[in-house]
Design a protein around this ligand. Structure first.
Ligand SMILES: C[S@@+](CC[C@H](N)C(=O)[O-])C[C@H]1O[C@@H](n2cnc3c(N)ncnc32)[C@H](O)[C@@H]1O
Length: 250
């Protein structure tokens, strides 16, 4: 694949969806595509392999969801708080969005977590080759989200996830993680398919006993969610974005 062919396809598909990229961003997407394709031959990073599908289903899909979140959420949310993309795999959705919107990660940390070490190794190679204009606090971590322990996170967090499993299991993992890290409030941006139905707004008692955490009835988290539907590429691809607010009620 030569670079001009890649650029032509990328710009064409993004333009239909009202996304314009300057040359440095196009260059970053080309590096991403090249490294992803090369590494994908050595080990399984993604089953999506042809150029058009990578642009549509990985790059564009990633950008559209977080762009929608940014447009519909309170101002500056994506810049103030640390953002964790968990189960990020080969970097979706946060790497394409970071390439598109270079301002995120200037003031806040952006953290990529995956339980598969090969995916994290891939991201480390990728970040050595991408060029961002400013200083960025990008971290990669090989861990399950629910096992991640840090004293260095903002008090409010944004979590993003795409194709990370069944929603109730994900929410339970998030609550474990929030409890362990004493985080009071998080927003979870979940990329969902067109048939996704949001679980009822609910209050859950924290009870996911593990070796390190004692079962307790004193901790309660409230989870509420809201769905926005969106489509792209001339309305051919329908998606839902579910945004959950998760509060520790104490
Ligand atoms: C189907 S892939 C999706 C990858 C990427 N988000 C995407 O949209 O292409 C799911 C990834 O989530 C990771 N994963 C699943 N549960 C996880 C957890 N609790 N913590 C960290 N990573 C997890 C897996 O290792 C895998 O790489």
């Amino acid at each position: 694949m030569n670079q001009s062919e890649f650029e032509l396809q990328l710009k064409k598909i993004l333009k239909i969806n009202n996304i314009e990229l300057d040359d440095s961003k196009v260059q970053n997407f080309f590096e991403y595509y090249k490294i992803l394709s090369e590494e994908n031959k050595k080990y399984n990073l993604t089953s999506i392999k042809d150029l058009k599908s990578i642009i549509l289903k990985h790059f564009l899909d990633s950008i559209m969801g977080l762009k929608l979140f940014e447009e519909t959420s309170k101002k500056n949310e994506l810049y103030k708080f640390d953002i964790i993309d968990f189960g990020c795999g080969a970097g979706f959705p946060l790497v394409p969005y970071k390439i598109y919107n270079q301002s995120i990660g200037k003031l806040n940390k952006i953290i990529f977590i995956d339980s598969n070490s090969k995916k994290i190794n891939f991201l480390n190679i990728l970040f050595k080759n991408l060029k961002f204009k400013n200083n960025h606090k990008i971290m990669t971590l090989h861990s399950r989200l629910e096992n991640f322990n840090s004293t260095d996170l903002s008090s409010k967090l944004i979590l993003v996830g795409r194709a990370v499993g069944e929603i109730n299991k994900i929410l339970s993992n998030i609550i474990n993680f929030l409890f362990k890290n004493k985080i009071e409030y998080a927003i979870f941006v979940y990329y969902a398919g067109p048939n996704f139905i949001i679980p009822e707004n609910r209050i859950v008692k924290f009870y996911q006993p593990s070796k390190n955490i004692k079962k307790t009835n004193d901790v309660r988290f409230e989870i509420s969610g809201k769905i926005t539907e969106y489509s792209y590429q001339s309305k051919k691809i329908n998606r839902k974005l579910a945004v959950f607010e998760i509060k520790n009620l104490k």
